[in-house]
Design a protein around this ligand. Structure first.
Ligand SMILES: *[C@@H]1O[C@H](CO)[C@@H](O)[C@H](O)[C@H]1NC(C)=O
Ligand SMILES: *[C@@H]1O[C@H](CO)[C@@H](O)[C@H](O)[C@H]1NC(C)=O
Ligand SMILES: *[C@@H]1O[C@H](CO)[C@@H](O)[C@H](O)[C@H]1NC(C)=O
Length: 325
């Protein structure tokens, strides 16, 4: 492996030793909780002549080539990976290395508050994902799971790059076009008092109103777990907290977006997921199910937009089974 890759054999031997001996001095960089080993770091990402940092968190052993690594794409655009922490379940129950990362502009990755609006494009995030996959040297064999906006990123990456090593694509609580998403949101908001629709409409132009509306709407259609999980709250804090950064959440990169006419170009086996109370209602994902050549559909009966929290064990059993075939 090239020298700038983080996982040399020496590193692997070290982590194996540490996991056996639980050397306490490494506790700050290495989180050891039972059999779960995780590691965090930054990946240099060169784009348009500048170098940025993509922050990742890896669960499991990336050097175990008998297991296919899974890269998980967070929602937004403009959220962070914190709320996707349940995906680490796949590294224990299904023994797959799991890579979570903060997309550029968010969380622990480089923030670019003063970048011009034209800087933010789907192409940027597709290239960042390709850079991460090449950094870990997993091009030959890997899986992708996207959530919400992450399904857009995963599909766009798969269509634009046609990566030969991509085995499975999990599209969780996604959408086939922004128009269908808007129709669904508008329809569901009719069940709420007007201030919720107004706050949702204002978006990041009025962060406090938006946050209040989002929490009210998401309590029914986003994540029904009570009280809200700490990791989900952590993601919201990156957006709405005292140092919150709404730069990426405020971009208009999805205006007019649709993938309906390109879905036949998706080659990997694909699992489409939605849930009973989801913003991704059946009509929002229906083109994915009917037009992606190798699509399978699962619907969770007691979840909304985050079944990996709301029906966690059933969710990862279904995803693990899909990834095994
Ligand atoms: C559905 O989810 C709610 C809250 O998430 C829980 O209280 C309830 O027991 C669940 N119902 C079933 C049938 O699993
Ligand atoms: C979310 O996190 C913030 C900051 O740590 C905390 O003040 C707030 O009480 C948390 N909210 C919930 C609902 O857990
Ligand atoms: C949801 O309920 C239907 C009908 O009872 C069932 O066939 C299906 O397997 C359930 N979905 C999941 C993911 O368990």
């Amino acid at each position: 492996m090239p020298r700038d890759r983080p996982f040399s054999h020496i590193f692997y031997i070290l982590t194996s030793l540490i996991s056996l001996l639980l050397v306490p001095t490494f506790a700050t960089s290495l989180d050891i909780s039972g059999p779960l080993i995780s590691f965090e770091g930054n990946i240099p990402f060169k784009y348009q002549g500048n170098t940025y940092q993509t922050h990742y968190k890896l669960f499991g052993n990336i050097l175990d080539k008998s297991r296919t690594p899974i890269v998980v794409l967070h929602g937004g655009p403009g959220l962070t990976y914190d709320y996707l922490s349940p995906f680490s379940d796949l590294s224990t129950t299904y023994k797959a290395p799991v890579i979570l990362y903060d997309q550029l502009g968010n969380g622990r990755s480089t923030h670019l508050r003063s970048a011009p609006a034209s800087f933010w494009t789907i192409d940027l995030f597709v290239n960042e994902l390709a850079n991460l996959i090449s950094y870990f040297s997993i091009e030959k064999r890997f899986d992708i799971a996207g959530h919400s906006w992450g399904t857009i990123l995963g599909m766009e990456y798969a269509i634009r790059k046609q990566p030969k090593g991509l085995q499975h694509l999990v599209l969780s609580d996604g959408l086939a076009s922004i128009d269908l998403w808007g129709q669904s949101t508008g329809q569901l908001l009719q069940e709420f008092p007007p201030w919720v629709a107004e706050g949702m409409m204002a978006g990041m132009s009025e962060p406090p109103q938006f946050q209040a509306a989002l929490l009210a709407f998401y309590a029914v259609h986003g994540n029904r777990v009570v009280p809200i999980p700490a990791d989900y709250n952590a993601t919201l804090q990156w957006l709405f907290g005292p140092n919150g950064d709404g730069t990426v959440a405020s971009t208009s990169i999805l205006d007019g977006w649709t993938i309906i006419d390109r879905l036949t170009l998706l080659k990997p086996k694909t699992l489409v997921i939605n849930s009973r109370w989801d913003i991704s209602q059946d009509f929002v994902i229906q083109p994915l199910v009917s037009k992606i050549p190798k699509a399978k559909w699962i619907k969770f009966n007691n979840s909304s937009h985050m079944p990996f929290w709301e029906e966690r064990s059933q969710y990862f059993r279904a995803v693990g089974e899909f990834l095994s075939n």
